[in-house]
Design a protein around this ligand. Structure first.
Ligand code: ZN
Ligand code: ZN
Length: 177
C-alpha cells in the first residue's frame, strides 16, 4: 500500500480490498486529482458528481459536504458514537452483494480485511468457527450441510472477513448474491 495514503483504522488496506484504486480522476469533494479514487458505496440523498479521493473520506469532508455515509450503521448500535461516526463517515466502505456493514468484537468495530473464500477462511479457524456457530443459530441443523456450504464459499457466496481491533480475533459474515 502506498505510504502516502491516509490510514483507516477500521479498513487498514483499502487498496487490497479493492475499495481504493489508483486513478487520474477529479475528486467530487475537493475537486483535485490526488491519484487515488474510492470505488465502493456511499449513501446520500444529494447528487454527487463523481467519486471521492481517500483524503476527503479520511477527514470527513465528503460525508459532511454530501450528508452521506460510506457504510450502514447496522450492527454498530452497541459501539460508542465516535467509533460509529468514524466507521460510517470517515472510513471507506467495500464492495459486497448486500449493503456493507461492520462487525463488532470486544464491544467495538472490527477492522475490515476483505472478501474471502474458503481457502482464506481455513487459515483463520477463529472466523470459521464463528461462521459455523452463526449458521447453527440461524437454524442450520445438519453439520454436513454446514461444512458443504462453508467449503463452497468463494463461488456463489463469499465471506467478509474482519479482525478485532482489540484482541485480534478474526470474525466474518456471509455475503450472498
Ligand atoms: Zn478529495
Ligand atoms: Zn476482540
Amino acid at each position: 500500500m502506498s505510504a502516502s495514503l491516509p490510514f483507516f483504522r477500521y479498513h487498514p488496506d483499502p487498496v487490497a480490498s479493492g475499495s481504493l484504486r489508483e486513478a487520474a480522476e477529479t475528486c467530487a469533494c475537493c475537486e483535485r486529482d490526488r491519484g487515488w479514487i474510492y470505488t465502493a458505496t456511499f449513501y446520500t440523498a444529494r447528487e454527487v458528481n463523481g467519486r471521492f479521493c481517500p483524503w476527503c473520506i479520511a477527514d470527513g469532508s465528503a460525508a459532511e459536504r454530501f450528508a452521506g455515509e460510506f457504510a450502514d450503521s447496522f450492527g454498530l448500535a452497541g459501539v460508542g458514537d465516535d467509533v460509529l461516526h468514524e466507521v460510517t463517515r470517515r472510513t471507506p466502505g467495500f464492495h459486497a452483494w448486500q449493503d456493507p456493514h461492520w462487525l463488532v468484537h470486544c464491544r467495538t468495530a472490527a477492522a475490515f480485511i476483505g472478501e474471502v473464500g474458503y481457502a482464506e477462511l481455513a487459515a483463520r479457524p477463529d472466523a470459521l468457527d464463528q461462521l459455523r456457530a452463526d449458521m447453527r443459530l440461524d437454524g442450520w441443523r445438519d453439520e454436513a450441510r454446514i461444512v458443504e456450504f462453508l467449503t463452497r464459499l468463494g463461488s456463489s457466496a463469499s465471506a467478509m472477513l474482519f479482525r478485532c481491533t482489540v484482541c485480534g480475533t478474526h470474525v466474518a459474515y456471509v455475503d450472498a448474491s
